[in-house]
Design a protein around this ligand. Structure first.
Ligand code: PEP
Length: 252
């Protein structure tokens, strides 16, 4: 049975004290009312070590939002996969559309990052998704299929077992525009088909595919009810405990 997951992506929000307060609030809320899914929070690098102490021994997993495409050395300002792992984090988001669009992360850079993350024992939440013009031109499957193939298809089946996919239509991220549950399901089923074609039916059946893009407590239940949607990657709504918990509760 593949895992149901709700993962938060704090992006470049919250100072250290605010992040500690949010993680502490979430820990208390989920201790009182146990989730029916895996829960992960992905934070800026500066929060990781402190938040790792807060969530240790709880149901909450911890991830970074990025890691370097180099192992170590003279790369000022970068943070390696090994450094992320050493904080106590277990996950890293890679391939987010904001990293692809604003920081020029290409498929080959992402391939390096994925390999380093996996080699350092991190699970990767790998984001894929089309921009509005691509959807309007009916090219969403072509685009997403290429993103999968270009960065992930050289992995072994064993490596793939540490990948979680997040379908995030770029036109739905932070815009308040959500893909309909049907649009999400169509794409998730397509993605699962691509994984089956390359890695086989068992791998496709076991991989979790999250939806991301303006997911909120009010729409999560309908989207998560679709058979190929295994949870969500949540941006804005992960910054308030009540909203994030409301999405986690969509699995109840
Ligand atoms: C995201 O950027 O991963 C995301 C899903 O953002 P939002 O929920 O704010 O649309």
């Amino acid at each position: 049975m593949r895992k149901k997951i709700v993962a938060g992506n704090w992006k470049m929000n919250l100072n250290l004290q605010e992040g500690v307060a949010l993680a502490t609030e979430l820990k208390a809320a989920l201790a009182e009312d146990k989730p029916n899914c895996d829960v992960v929070i992905c934070t800026p690098f500066i929060h990781l070590a402190k938040v790792a102490d807060i969530v240790a021994g709880t149901v909450i997993g911890l991830g970074a939002e990025n890691c370097a495409d180099k192992e170590k050395g003279a790369y000022t300002g970068e943070v390696s996969a090994a450094q992320v792992k050493s904080t106590g984090a277990q996950y890293v988001i890679l391939g987010h559309s904001e990293r692809r669009a604003y920081y020029g992360e290409t498929a080959s850079i992402l391939k390096e990052k994925v390999n380093l993350a996996l080699a350092n024992g991190l699970k990767v939440i790998f984001c894929i998704g089309e921009v509005l013009e691509e959807r309007e031109a009916g090219k969403q499957n072509e685009v997403v299929g290429a993103q999968l193939a270009d960065s992930l298809f050289d992995l072994t089946e064993d490596q793939l077992s540490n990948i979680i996919l997040a379908y995030e239509p770029v036109w739905a991220i932070g815009t308040g525009k959500t893909a309909s549950a049907e649009q999400a399901e169509d794409m998730h089923a397509f993605i699962r088909g691509c994984i089956a074609g390359r890695f086989g039916d068992a791998a496709a059946e076991n991989i979790s595919i999250l939806y991301g893009g303006s997911c909120k407590p009010g729409n999560a239940k309908e989207i998560f009810a679709k058979p190929d949607v295994d949870g969500g990657l949540i941006g804005g709504a992960a910054l308030k405990c009540a909203d994030f918990k409301g999405i986690i509760d969509a699995w109840k």
